[in-house]
Design a protein around this ligand. Structure first.
Ligand SMILES: Cc1ncc(COP(=O)(O)O)c(C=O)c1O
Length: 350
């Protein structure tokens, strides 16, 4: 194969994180520690009546109607699809010219720059400050056709100040994407403002607080005009019938969502204290995960935990996150197992 066959922007891509999972306890992907959404699972069991011989709704209209009800907007404000990753992909396809520049924060979600690259764009990163907050002035003065930020930020786990996000939205006449994959945990959202700011796009997911990561359902919200432009680019039928029905059921029964958010709020101080008691540096979290810096090499800790059946995510080689690790906030049982296994690894490292 000639490497020049590959588009230059796609030549140096790495394969995405793909660990040996087996029976290990997953605390590496910031999914819902309470497991799968019960209303979604009930709806799934009733999916046998679906006519799989026919296509789903072209644009997932049933789910868009339900989102409109929940968020008090119009269904025309929403584009739904296969995970919020698809939303990010559609945004880049629609709004970034070949060779165009997208401004992202650093550190941020690994796939942000991926979606820029695979769509022929170029990422320019603006470092977060020492408290992992936005450098608004630099973002607003950096040339580029689109800004993409994520709050709560992954993997740093903090939220950005509301006034800073607003200043970025208002700072330049270009689209600003706010990735809110974890917004339910922070209890704050820019989604209600999509009709106020015609350059604002908010992406959301059913993979985290809704406990439906395996179903792959996500969406974006934007002004009707912008959502319409994005809808035209999205692959038709990308949300399948099962995913649509399960997501609608999850929206209609918010009890699990509320319990999920409550458990994270309750367990966060327990896990933070446990990590600090081991001597680790713990960064402030408003999400369902915590970023911390252990006292031993992050790759040794991550490997030692994996050998003991617990997966966490090593970010130790990322600039600004030197020797840092991210863990999901689990249930009390999961967090206790995690902390015990960490103690074992630390003893082994001595
Ligand atoms: C910040 C952020 N955005 C988007 C996603 C993708 O979510 P989805 O499962 O909806 O594709 C993730 C998943 O981890 C994430 O952390």
């Amino acid at each position: 194969m000639d490497r020049n066959w590959i588009r230059s922007t796609c030549r140096d891509l790495q394969l995405y994180y793909n660990p040996e999972v087996g029976n290990k306890l997953r605390m590496d992907t910031s999914t819902n520690a309470l497991g799968a959404n019960p209303a979604g699972m009930r709806a799934l069991r009733e999916c046998c009546d679906l006519d799989l011989g026919q296509y789903p709704s072209t644009y997932g209209d049933g789910l868009r109607e339900e989102l409109a009800r929940v968020h008090r907007l119009s269904r025309d404000n929403f584009v739904v699809g296969n995970g919020s990753d698809e939303s990010l992909d559609v945004i880049m396809k629609t709004l970034v010219e070949p060779g165009g520049t997208v401004i992202t924060a650093h550190p941020a979600y690994v796939l942000h720059s991926f979606f820029v690259s695979i769509n022929g764009g170029r990422t320019v990163t603006v470092d977060l400050d020492e408290r992992f907050q936005l450098d608004v002035e630099r973002i607003n003065s950096t040339p580029g056709s689109l800004v993409l930020i994520c709050t709560p930020n992954n993997p740093t786990s903090n939220t950005f100040r509301d006034e800073d996000v607003r200043a970025v939205i208002e700072g330049a006449a270009r689209p600003v994407v706010v990735d809110e994959a974890y917004a339910e945990y922070a209890g704050r959202s820019f989604l209600p403002l999509v009709e106020r700011y015609d350059n604002l796009i908010v992406t959301r997911t059913f993979s985290k607080a809704y406990g439906l990561a395996g179903m792959r359902v996500g969406y974006l919200a934007a002004s009707r005009e912008l959502a319409d432009a994005l809808q035209r680019v999205k692959v038709p039928y990308s949300l399948n019938k099962v995913g649509e029905r399960v997501a609608i059921a999850a929206l209609r029964d918010p009890a699990f969502l509320e319990e999920s958010v409550r458990v994270v709020a309750e367990q966060r101080p327990f896990l933070e204290e446990g990590l600090r008691a081991l001597g680790f540096q713990v960064f402030p979290s408003e999400a369902n995960y915590i970023l911390f810096r252990p006292t031993v090499p992050s790759d040794r800790l991550t490997k030692g935990l994996a050998d003991r059946g617990v997966l966490v995510r090593d970010f130790g080689k990322v600039r600004r996150l030197e020797n840092c690790v991210r863990t999901t906030i689990g249930t009390r049982e999961m967090n206790t197992v995690l902390l015990e296994r960490m103690q074992e690894v630390l003893r082994e490292c001595r």
